[in-house]
Design a protein around this ligand. Structure first.
Ligand code: NAP
Length: 510
């Protein structure tokens, strides 16, 4: 199955020009690997054949796979201590790499910690078309000094003279969000020194760096064929890297960086919406989820690279101390969910309140209506502010009643102990601002079907701020009573549209 040489020349040229997505292939047999290679074709610019994942790998199986590849291929056979999947002897690895060179693999990836292999293979590599990637992995953490000295040593040893390595690869494990800044600094240094490099952080705190690294000059990033087939912690699916983060799109300049700060952030789907809007408006920008364990460290080390942020639990209040100013709505609510950089200054906003009102007012005008708010946390504060601002009457109840009282004192409204919520007339609007019903505890509800029946009439609108699932048990109770149900998805969409407007001045319709 040979491809024309002009096609290969075009691919080789592309490899030097464009940030690429590399999909590791980890089949246990050659047939499995071929199956995955074919599946990877849609998202991959280049594949990595991980021979250390294969049972009894040999150069015959490798040749069979290389003959069938449609994308450029990196051949890797790591030893166990370098993160390899199986124990391979020096001789077995040497034979695999010799096979890779003999059968014209595009690249071989050899770890710096295997100097014997590097030395033995160097003469044959010098006479072949196969290019060398020299790797350094630190699975224990991201020490700035350690990584920069590894870089300097690798550069001296492999990037000087005529027979250079094609690229250096330096990967570390992020123990904290600030570790990403070390990798970005390394990428900037390599770029300045014209050294082709692959660099990012592994692990949950490093996940954002996998989507960002190409924008900072990493020659490629690795994406999993599927979550089950990921080869390292924090690896993102290749199709997301391609379709959502657009990492392999050619960008003339470094994109603006936006993101979500919170802990946890895995559940948030804002990256789908915001990256989609950037694409729609042809904006050179990327939005990533930053899992933040320490806001001080994040703002100190990465804050200056950020054009805008979404902020979620638990940082909506803490973020305020890092900002140059906040708008009057955020001030009244006491929480910021949106940060905008303008003229070098960071300003905070709250779009939760307006998102909630826009969602509600698709079904009911708030003015003059009686609204029961269940909960007294961040979402409740924003919703209560919106209800009052739009002329509604807010009744606030909460498991911890003192918090309901405090909310009413800060923002307005009438605090009601849970036992007293059914004392008056039915409510026009009933809003769940607790986290009850949120995935994975989807059976929970702030009100039983019976209580909801008692508190409502046929015109009542039930609104849930929870957006995962789209229709919660609370909303399903409402629908079974024939009430109008407004999902948190709608609030989420509107608050995100407003964030997007604040960042870009681009308006969205519904
Ligand atoms: P929060 O500040 O932590 O407040 C949580 C609220 O839920 C508190 O009132 C708490 O009561 C109550 N609660 C928690 N567990 C409870 C239980 N087992 N029984 C009774 N009450 C309980 O959280 P938040 O920021 O307000 O978020 C609340 C929900 O709103 C979350 O599901 C979040 O995803 C959602 N939200 C959605 C959007 C959107 O765009 N759709 C935006 C923001 C938030 P206590 O005071 O007694 O602890």
């Amino acid at each position: 199955m040979s491809l024309s040489s002009s096609f290969w020349r075009a691919l080789q040229k592309r490899s030097t020009e464009i940030n690429m997505i590399c999909v590791p292939i980890i089949g246990k047999t050659a047939a499995d690997a071929l199956h995955d290679m074919e599946k990877a074709d849609a998202a991959a610019d280049i594949i990595e054949l991980r021979l250390d994942s294969m049972k009894n790998p040999d150069s015959r199986k490798l040749a069979w796979l290389l003959e069938r590849k449609k994308k450029m291929a990196i051949v890797t056979a790591r030893k166990f201590s370098e993160g390899g999947f199986r124990k391979l002897s020096f001789q077995e690895r040497l034979e695999i790499y010799r096979g890779a060179i003999l059968h014209h693999a595009d690249f071989v990836d050899i770890e710096l910690s295997s100097p014997g292999l590097l030395e033995t293979l160097r003469p044959s590599l010098e006479q072949s078309q196969t290019k060398l990637i020299v790797s350094f992995h630190d699975f224990s953490g991201t020490g700035r000094e350690k990584l920069f000295s590894a870089y300097a040593a690798m550069k001296r040893q492999f990037m000087a003279g005529k027979k250079k390595a094609y690229a250096l690869k330096i990967i570390s494990y992020a123990r904290s969000i600030g570790d990403i800044s070390v990798i970005l600094e390394l990428l900037e240094r390599a770029k300045k020194e014209h050294v082709r490099i692959i660099a990012f952080c592994m692990g949950p705190f490093g996940e954002a760096s996998r989507a960002l690294c190409c924008s900072f000059g990493s020659w490629l990033t690795y994406g999993a064929l599927s979550i089950e087939k990921s080869t390292a912690p924090g690896q993102i699916e290749a199709k997301l890297l391609r379709d959502v983060y657009c990492v392999n799109q050619h960008r003339h300049t470094t994109p603006k960086i936006y993101g979500l700060v919170g802990n946890p952030v895995k559940q948030s789907k804002g990256y789908l919406l915001h990256n989609g809007l950037f694409r729609k408006h042809h904006l050179n920008a990327i939005y990533v989820n930053f899992l933040v364990d320490n806001l001080f460290e994040f703002m100190g080390k990465l804050g200056n690279k950020i054009s805008g942020l979404s902020v979620t639990i638990p940082y909506k209040e803490e973020i305020i101390s890092y900002l140059d100013g906040i708008d009057s709505h955020a001030k009244s609510i006491g929480a910021v969910n949106t940060v905008v950089r303008k003229d070098g200054k960071l300003r905070g906003y709250n779009t939760d309140w307006s998102g909630a009102i826009r969602a509600l007012e698709e079904s009911i005008s708030v003015r003059g209506k009686r609204a029961l708010i269940i909960g007294a946390g961040g979402a409740a504060r924003a919703v209560c502010y919106g209800i009052i601002r739009h002329g509604g009457h807010a009744y606030i109840t909460n498991r911890t009643f003192s918090k309901a009282r405090q909310l009413a004192a800060d923002i307005g409204g009438i605090p009601l102990p849970l036992m007293q919520i059914s004392a008056g007339k039915p409510y026009d609007i009933i809003i769940n601002c607790t986290s009850l019903g949120m995935f994975p505890k989807i059976k929970q509800s702030p009100l039983s079907l019976n209580s909801l029946r008692k508190l409502s009439n046929s015109g009542t609108v039930a609104f849930d701020t929870v957006y995962n699932p789209e229709y919660t048990t609370f909303l399903n109770h409402a629908r079974s009573l024939g009430l109008t149900a407004v999902s948190g998805v709608s609030m989420f969409r509107f608050q995100a549209y407003e964030q997007f407007f604040l960042w870009t001045r681009k308006n969205q319709g519904k």
